[in-house]
Design a protein around this ligand. Structure first.
Ligand SMILES: O=C(O)COP(=O)(O)O
Ligand SMILES: [Mg+2]
Length: 244
């Protein structure tokens, strides 16, 4: 039997910018929507930070980057662009999207140690499933919950606690891992420790400002940091909630 502190612990991952580098395909979908309106394409770097906030935010940032006149920024126009964006994205979801370096190996190690894996993303559930299936990763996760899976989505803590419940896990034995302040705020609101990843899309200062339990720069750091977190005997900040 495994004596790892990871055994039976639910490790919940954000998707975009945490498990998978989805920015290139999202940028391609944005450019398709911009070009359909007669605007030029934008560079990925220019809209990268907006990926953390979803397709609508990417469109708003894209329109800002191309100096779109105000009449192109109405709700109706943005809705039409969003439909165009999603249409293209759905059929091109895993063309350039790749797992972050070391991610698959780390998931292997977590599973070997007996951890329960789950995904809590603000992507639409169907798109999250499609992406993870395309990358042949979907079966690794006991639950995959998108923005439309439950009654509320991140930063509402219900999204995270329901994801853990759907995975058959215990919120008192869970850790959230994400690239944006939204992920960390969600975890804090649920009373769950959080690890921020600095290689994703969330701006570094806002990620750090939410004070996650730890910040990592790559998957090589995740297991040691998790181990430290799960075996911490700090009575002031116990790893799992308040001691009874
Ligand atoms: O698509 C989004 O809104 C962001 O997705 P994420 O929650 O997986 O980072
Ligand atoms: Mg993210």
């Amino acid at each position: 039997m495994s004596s790892s502190p990871l055994a039976g612990t639910t490790i919940v991952f954000d998707l975009d910018g945490t498990l998978v580098d989805t920015a290139p395909d999202l940028t391609n979908a944005l450019n398709r929507a911009l070009q359909a309106c007669g605007f030029p394409a934008v560079q990925g770097e220019a809209v990268r930070a907006s990926v953390a906030f979803g397709a609508r935010a990417m469109i708003a940032e894209g329109l800002h980057q191309v100096d779109a006149p105000n009449e192109h920024r109405t709700e109706d126009r943005i809705d039409a662009m969003l439909a165009d964006f999603l249409d293209h994205y759905e059929t091109n979801i895993a063309v350039e999207s790749v797992p972050f370096p070391g991610m698959l190996e780390t998931l292997d190690e977590l599973q070997t140690a007996g951890a329960i894996l789950a995904v809590c993303t603000n992507k639409r559930e169907q798109l999250a499933l499609q992406l993870l299936r395309s990358l042949e990763m979907a079966d690794r996760f006991a639950s995959i919950a998108g923005r439309d899976t439950f009654a509320a989505s991140k930063p509402d803590p219900l999204h995270l606690t329901e994801t853990i419940a759907a995975a058959g896990g215990d919120p008192q034995r869970a850790v959230m891992i994400g690239d944006s302040d939204v992920d960390i705020r969600t975890a804090k609101a649920a009373g769950i420790p959080a690890i921020g990843v600095r290689f994703g899309y969330g701006p570094a200062d806002s990620l750090a400002a939410t004070a996650p339990e730890a910040l990592i720069d790559g998957y090589a750091d995740l297991l040691p940091v998790l181990h430290q977190l799960l075996t911490s005997e700090d009575p002031v900040n116990p790893p799992f909630g308040t001691p009874s």
